[in-house]
Design a protein around this ligand. Structure first.
Ligand code: G3H
Ligand code: 13P
Ligand code: ZN
Length: 332
């Protein structure tokens, strides 16, 4: 058993309380490799933003859970080296799918876990989340639960349509489970194809497709039932069209990739939404930079020459999110 405290990590409790009171949200960035982690830590250290490093099941399979944990430990030391005296870094399991997975991460030094029982019948979701909370709280590890279903893919679970969170269920869920934060469904979804073009209208000035707004009435309903309780938004990539354009200009084929407009996320960040999950945007920033270098320099075969620009492009994206969307700069 390794306590996250020994690794210099923190849980989400105080971070979320401050974010709600301060009207900003904490970035939760997924990482799978060294370049992503370097970019996240550099961006957080330079902006003095608290940050959540998220590890999905896919990341654990890809990079190995042991290696990822040591990388997160290294991230704390790296942040200090960059001049961030008291780094506020959470290591979080994204979309934990079983009690055993959550337990293994907690024993391994994670400071926060998500148990995603959103696809289960309500009572089973409650029971599973309660079991994880009882275990996690013994070690002061915080737990994110989920109510409502996001369209798209959540690891192996996929759904064609949203089931918005039902505000009338949230008090019962939070009371029975004791979870520390709640992920809700208000129209976001995972990946780079969040809306079909026919759901959107065309902006007369830019000619870009604008998706329908998020269900802020559902968020308001949840906040009314659970005043001051930390709310989480998954599937919050904006799918920057500049990155999509670069990818397509250099041989990619991302047709009609559409994300959540940043003004919607800015509005959410000012509310009780205190954790905003972003993964796809980082993938797009990385892919755009790699494609550009490889297309322009056909003789290049040193990975540092394309992964370096990819890292720089991701860092630029993370800093933009922190300062211009979440407002978490200067809060750590
Ligand atoms: O929840 C989805 C995240 O973007 C993680 O994706 O399971 O492909 O690593 P992944
Ligand atoms: P995006 O696919 O919108 O980046 O969402 C990531 C996420 O929710 C990770 O849990
Ligand atoms: Zn998610």
């Amino acid at each position: 058993m390794v306590s996250y405290k020994e690794l210099g990590l923190v849980n989400t409790r105080e971070m979320f309380a401050k974010a709600i009171n301060g009207g900003y949200a904490i970035p939760a960035f997924n990482f799978n490799n060294m370049e992503q982690l370097q970019a996240i830590v550099q961006a957080a250290a330079e902006t003095k933003s608290p940050v959540i490093l998220q590890v999905s099941k896919g990341a654990r399979n890809y990079a190995n859970q042991t290696l990822l944990r040591y990388m997160a430990q290294g991230a704390v030391e790296y942040a200090k080296e960059l001049g961030w005296e008291n780094p506020q870094i959470v290591l979080h399991l994204d979309h934990g799918d079983s009690f055993e997975t959550c337990k293994s991460c907690i024993e391994f030094g994670f400071s926060s876990v998500m148990i995603d029982g959103s696809h289960l019948p309500y009572d089973e979701n409650v029971a599973l989340t309660r079991k994880v909370v009882d275990y996690a709280h013994q070690y002061d590890v915080t737990v994110e639960g989920e109510l409502g279903v996001l369209a798209g893919v959540e690891d192996e679970v996929s759904s064609d349509h949203h089931t918005y969170t039902r505000p009338e269920e949230v008090v019962d869920f939070v009371t029975k489970t004791g979870c520390d934060s709640l992920a809700i469904s208000i129209g976001t979804s995972h990946g780079a194809y969040k809306f079909k073009p026919e759901q959107c209208h065309k902006d007369p000035v830019t000619g870009r497709l604008v998706p329908p707004p998020l269900a802020f009435d559902v968020l308001d309903g949840v906040m009314k039932e659970l005043p001051g309780f930390p709310i989480v938004l998954h599937g919050s990539s904006s799918v920057p069209q500049e990155e999509v354009d670069v990818i397509n200009a250099y041989g990619g084929q991302l047709e009609a990739a559409i994300g959540i407009p940043e003004d919607q996320l800015r509005k959410a960040a000012k509310s009780a939404v205190c954790k905003i999950n972003i993964d796809s945007d980082s993938r797009l920033a990385m892919t755009a930079a790699v494609r550009k270098v490889l297309a322009e320099k056909k003789g290049e075969f040193d990975p540092r020459k394309y992964l370096g620009p990819a890292r720089d492009n991701m860092k630029k994206l993370y800093i933009h999110k922190i300062i211009n969307v979440l407002g978490s700069d200067g809060k750590a």
